[in-house]
Structures are given as C-alpha cells and as structure tokens.
Design a protein around this ligand. Sequence first.
Ligand code: NAD
Length: 300
Amino acid sequence: MTSADVPAASRTAFIGLGNMGSRMARRLAEAGYQVRGWDLDAVARAALKEHGGAEAESAADAVTGTDITILMLPDSGVVEQVLTDAAVLAALARGAVVVDMSSSEPERTRSMERALAGRGVRMVDAPVSGGVQRAESGQLAIMAGGDRADLGRVEPVLAVLGHVYHAGPIGAGHAVKALNNLMSATHLLVTSEAILAGQRFGLDTEVMLAIFNASSGRSGSTENKWPNFIVPEAYNSGFGLGLMLKDMRIATRLAEQMGSPAALGACAEQLWSEAAGELPAGADHTEIASWLRNRVTESD
Ligand code: NAD
C-alpha cells in the first residue's frame, strides 16, 4: 500500500512499542499511516520517530484526534490501566475503535468492551501469532474478535500487519490466541524432552530435526524454534518466557471455566511456571530448553 491508497481517516494511535509493537507501528508508518506512538519507555518512542511515526507525550496525547487506537501491551492488567485512565477516556472520540492486539484475557476484554461501549467507543480484539520476524514482514496471523462492522473499519489497517481471521464475537480472538499458545508451549516442552533423550541416546540433533520435520512430530518448535534459537544457543526469539506462561494460564483457566479437560496443559503450565521461577525475569521463552537440559543434568 502506498500513502496515496491510505484513507483520509488514517490517523492511528499505537500504544506499546516493545518487541512486537515497535515493528508493527513501523510497518504502519511505512505504509503511509500517520502513527502516533506511546510507550512508557522513551527509547521505544524515539525509535518510532526515527521510522516515520510521531512521538506522543502521553497515552491520551496519542489517542487525541485518532479514529483507531491499537494496543500492543503485555497483558489485560496493563490494557485496563491504559483504557481506564481518565485522560485517555476523555481523549477517546465517540465512534473511535480500540483494537487490543495484545494477548489478553477474553473475559476481561469483554468487560472492557462493555465499559467503552457505554461511552460510545467500540472495541475489537486482534491478537497475533508469528513473532517479531513476521511482525516485521507484515505476515502475522491476526485472530480478530468483535462486531463485523467494527472489524470492517479496522481491517485495512490490520491487513498491513498480516492476514486477518475472524474468530467470532468480542473476546474470541483472545481465547483462540491463548489456546494456540498453550499448544505451542506444550509442543516446545515435549519436543525439548524428546531431543534431550535422543541426544543422550547418541543421536545427532540436526539429524533428529531433519527426521521430525519430515515426519508427524513436526511443529513450529522443530521447524523454527529449535533450529533458529535453541541449537545456536541464541535464545533471542523476542518472546519472553513470562508472556508465554501468562498465555498458558489464560488457556488453562478458560478450559477449567468451560469444564473442559486440560490435564496435559496444566502439567505443562506447572513446568513452565517452575522454569519462570528459576530463570532470570527477562528470559526468552526458548530458554525452556536450556532450563530443561540443566534440570535433567542436575537430577542425574
Ligand atoms: P514487550 O514486553 O516487548 O513490550 C511491551 C511494551 O509495553 C514495552 O515496551 C513496555 O514499555 C510497554 N508498556 C508497559 N506498560 C505500559 C503502559 N502502561 N503504557 C504504555 N506502554 C507500556 O512485549 P511484546 O513481546 O511486544 O508483546 C506484547 C504483547 O504481544 C503481549 O501480550 C505478548 O504476549 C504478545 N505477543 C508477543 C509475541 C512475541 O513474539 N514477542 C508474539 C505474539 C504475541
């Protein structure tokens, strides 16, 4: 999309310029959107300015005069903190749409949507999968929840960031995102257990990965996480272990609330929770493999 294709109503606020938000906001600015970015971190704000966006002075300043506000924040707690701020509420225009692209909690998203609706502000959820690389290339999987008319209004913006799947009503995107990450985290853990056992048996890691990737054990863990971040011992995927654990907890709680079985998910969550307690606060989620390796070694 060139700036000539960008509709007049293209002023977009972007709140949360971390690993994901920085890349997404930059893509929108490069596509011709007038992006006003806000993050608590001044370095993150300055980086957006360097890439064609505008640096707001506060969240309320970012939102002022925009039709669309995108949030890419750590969790529901932070999303609520931003959206219940009196200055932000005063700055949000009637008819504006808030798009929560963070991986938040579906029930809290539904409550927030109701609270905003009372003020004439619309809300949709649109969390993503694909990590920082696909955020950069505009190839995210976007799981949208909300009213079709509201989604229609924000779809041109979301299309710059990736492919949009309409998951259902408000909160549906956040539900499916958490469930996806419960699957992803469980795959990564069991893949790591299998590879560690294979290594102890004398198998070569590259050979195992080539075989798994041509076989039914294949997953994002064997195709991407192990070869790109764990084998080279880089552990720099850009997705924090604490954020993954947050998503697992959302998913297992959802299963529990639905009376649906989740014994394996709960077991995986317990192990990830132990890893989170033992690894440094900023650990990358791929460090689950090194944590497991050390755990196995220590228990010899
Ligand atoms: P991050 O920690 O890198 O970024 C979060 C940003 O929010 C930080 O820059 C922080 O300063 C800012 N922030 C925190 N509180 C704030 C506030 N009150 N006001 C303004 N800014 C505030 O996290 P991330 O990896 O970019 O993830 C963001 C969301 O996307 C999370 O919900 C995460 O689970 C999800 N997600 C991440 C990835 C990934 O690969 N990193 C992939 C898919 C989804």
